[in-house]
Design a protein around this ligand. Sequence first.
Ligand code: B12
Length: 170
Amino acid sequence: MTLPARGLTEPAQAGGASPVGTGDGAPRHRRRETVLVSGLASDSHTWNLVFLQLLIEEHGYDVVNLGPCVPDELLIRECLERAPAMLVLSSVNGHGHQDGLRLIGKLRSESGLRTLPAVIGGKLGITGGEDGGHAAELVAAGFDSVFEDGAREIAAFRRFIGGIPRRELS
Ligand code: B12
């Protein structure tokens, strides 16, 4: 198993396989797609990432959690190498909109990452979203969706995950 250069977690099963109940007692292994979860370069908060990992795993994906304070270049390299089904970014320190804008510009300039589903969420500024938030700016810059803190955001995020097309893995 290859660990990311400095990540929190890697799927427990090599090759992203996970045991599936067959009903006849024999374990069968089904490969699951990978979602990349990451903090942004300036942000050292960690439990937000653990929360997202557990939530996304509930939806039937393997999660590679790169952890907090991930430099832009490392994040982009991990996306290119792993070709995940989706990239989920989280930031809560108040700098998320700035880190996010910078990163998504670099990410979308990579030809292999122009259509990668990429979302960002958390506490992206320091106003608690009272100024209308940063969603419009971040979407215009290239994010597929933005989930700023609020009671309805987690439900909206679950719906977004449910709408990601599933690929057949051999
Ligand atoms: C623990 C903590 C720390 C710890 C982090 C330790 C660690 N290893 O994680 C330490 C002490 C290091 C820290 C440092 C700082 N912190 Co701090 N920290 C917190 C605290 C108390 C709890 C965060 C936490 O773990 N929550 C639990 C997780 C599960 O929840 P969450 O982070 O809120 O995430 C939820 C949502 O945001 C959402 N979500 C998050 N991301 C995403 C992404 C998507 C896609 C979706 C759908 C949802 C989503 O889902 C999560 C579950 O509901 C919060 C205050 C609070 N009570 O929330 C402040 C807080 C986040 N910190 C804050 C600040 C300002 C800082 C510092 C800048 C302080 C300083 N001056 O040094 C530094 C920043 C350091 C850095 N470089 O990033 C502010 C951020 C203010 C803002 N954004 O408006 C907060 C809100 C405190 C406050 N009220 O002012 N912090």
